[in-house]
Design a protein around this ligand. Structure first.
Ligand code: PEP
Ligand code: MG
Length: 581
């Protein structure tokens, strides 16, 4: 095949040279004409997919915990749809008469049926179009699963239409050299996981399936955002050299990781690590991080059954143990949006990013929240630990959590169970509402952490996983800069520590700007901690402060970027700017 270069958005740096493996659920988007001899196989695949989906829905239903019993009816309705004759017979007829593959036949049938329902005047029936589309996706994925059963390896350069964080966690990552997806955004949780797990990744590759073939050789350049399909000998030689060079560079950054994060003019910034799962813990000791600034607790909920108090307690003790005497901040369960519990999927909220997410879900499902809080409080006995709440938008959410913590603490005390009696409670600022009341939030909590990933998206009204609006992902937008300043000033007014734990903390321009606004702490993937510290050691906080003042008066994001680039030009190694931009 001829050499071809396609482009995507780099979200996890690195270079990979290997073979493309198309992930089974990409089969959902397959459009292939078939020969007469293939017809029966494709029909069989449709029937098998229906059986697989019904089986897995029944299993989900059997495992629904009593506190989420309302999901039973939703799952029963989906099971009915997965075996609905209009869908299955319609798809089978298309395979027979149009001689098209199962995936194509299924997607045409689903589209037709969904538009029929959508056009109905009765709002209840019209809304069923969404259910039909959802079940179409499940059937399409199951078709992929049937094909996958004949494949025993999933290594090399993975090409997928989209990948959820739960999916990434389930993949055996050992053999995976890079991830390529059509969908996805720069701060999607899948991108964050790929960064943490050191897997180079590109997202938003709209032409991926027009060109990628299984087993084709490819070079993934996740610095420049390009993929070379069927590279020639000179590409391979050039990229092998770059790969060696980059590995050496990472090694050098690691060697300096233990040096303190003190700026040229003597200001110290705490640099902590974001940990998403136990797999990342091994990187912590050599990263030079001063503890864990964000432990994303939700990842141990995404696998299947809800974890019980004992297993959470063990997990949290392991996290605290790995940090020694350094601080560990447990972010309470942040499910919803793109990190949904298997049972939440059944709810299919119309717009999950604006739905029952983070603290909203926890306060609604109080017993799930109480189980987690008990585990954190018990594991934090005698430790340097804190609790932090995601997706806060009202003071009432903080007050309700405080009440719960007080009740649990009293209960643990009266039963003589060791626990942390006065754990610190922090709040993540991730919604525009929280920015506007950051003064009152700072007064009612112990510390503030800015979740820049979500805050930027909620402020700009863009979905962090939506590639079509990814061009609006601009952390140097004047509106965003003003939010950062307002939050930092509010926290300091009340003597609270303020940190950034979103991806901006690992961005060279972001670090300079935040330093200029007097940020106290930054938290990023352990992999990037050495680089964050290196950047801080090369900056002067006074220069950054005058630049931050200029940025506050500037209306044009491009000019702000130019100012920051000029400041960084002399002080920071260009190779370090890869971290995000
Ligand atoms: C954020 O939103 O910036 C954040 C750190 O939380 P998460 O990325 O897990 O949503
Ligand atoms: Mg967030």
């Amino acid at each position: 095949m001829a050499r071809k270069v396609i482009r995507g958005v780099p979200v996890s740096p690195g270079i990979a040279i290997g073979e493309i493996q198309i992930l089974p659920d990409a089969i959902l988007y397959e459009k292939r004409h078939i020969s007469s001899s293939e017809v029966e196989n494709e029909i069989e695949a449709i029937k098998n997919a229906s059986a697989t989906v019904c089986g897995s829905l029944e299993e989900t239903s059997a495992n629904i915990p009593p506190n989420l019993s309302e999901y039973h009816d939703v799952i029963a309705a989906q099971t009915e749809l997965a075996r609905d004759a209009r869908i299955l017979d319609g798809a089978i007829a298309r395979v027979r008469h149009k001689k098209i593959c199962a995936a194509w036949a299924l997607s045409e049938t689903i589209e037709e049926l969904a538009s029929l329902f959508k056009s109905m005047a009765d709002p209840y029936l019209s809304e069923r179009a969404q259910d039909i589309k959802l079940i179409g996706k499940c059937l399409g994925s199951a078709l992929g699963g049937c094909a996958a059963a004949t494949r025993n390896d999933l290594g090399g350069i993975l090409a997928a239409y989209d990948l959820s964080p739960a999916h990434v966690l389930k993949l055996k990552l050992d053999g995976i050299q890079a991830i390529l997806t059509v969908e996805g955004g720069i701060s999607s949780h899948t991108a964050i996981l790929a960064r943490g797990l050191k897997v180079p990744a590109l997202v938003g590759i709209s032409s991926l399936f027009a060109h990628a073939r299984n087993n084709a050789t490819a070079i993934v350049d996740a610095f420049r955002g390009q993929i070379i399909l069927d590279p020639d000998a000179s590409d391979l030689e050039k990229y092998q050299k770059s790969l060696n060079h980059y590995n050496l560079f990472e090694q050098n950054a690691k060697d300096a990781a233990k040096l303190p994060a003190v700026t040229v003019d003597g200001k110290t910034v705490k640099v902590r690590a974001n940990i998403d799962n136990l797999r990342e813990l091994s990187a912590l000791p050599n990263s030079g991080a001063a503890g864990i600034g964000l432990y994303r607790t939700e990842f141990s909920y995404l696998g299947g059954e809800l974890p019980d108090e004992e297993s959470l307690h063990n997990e949290y003790c392991a996290i605290i143990g790995s940090a020694g005497s350094q601080k560990v901040i447990f972010r309470t369960l942040d499910v919803g949006a793109d990190k949904i519990l298997p049972v939440q999927e059944a709810l299919h909220e119309p717009n999950p990013a604006l739905g029952l997410r983070g603290i909203r879900f926890c306060l609604k499902k109080e017993d799930i929240f109480v189980t987690q809080l008990r585990a954190i409080l018990r594991a934090s006995h005698g430790a340097n630990a804190a609790i932090m709440l995601p997706m806060v938008s009202t003071l009432a959410e903080i007050a309700a959590t405080r009440q719960l913590i007080a009740k649990i603490t009293a209960d643990l005390a009266s039963n003589g169970i060791p626990h942390a009696p006065n754990i610190e409670l922090g709040v993540m600022i991730e919604t525009p509402a929280a920015v506007m009341i950051s003064d009152a939030i700072a007064a009612s909590c112990d510390f503030i952490s800015i979740g820049t990933n979500d805050l930027l998206h909620y402020l700009m009204a863009i979905d962090r996983n939506n590639r079509h609006v990814a061009y609006l992902h601009d952390p140097l937008h004047p509106a965003f800069i003003r939010c950062l300043k307002q939050i930092i000033d509010s926290a300091h007014k009340h003597g609270r520590e303020v940190s950034v734990c979103g991806e901006l903390a690992a961005d060279a321009a972001g670090i300079a700007l935040l330093l200029g606004m007097d940020i106290d702490a930054l938290s990023g993937s352990p992999r990037f901690v050495p680089a964050i510290k290196h950047i801080l050691r090369n900056l002067n906080s006074r220069d950054c402060a005058s630049l931050a003042r200029m940025a506050m008066d500037e209306q044009d994001g491009e000019k702000i970027k130019k100012l920051l680039d000029e400041l960084l030009h002399d002080s920071v190694d260009t190779r370090l700017r890869f971290i995000i931009h």
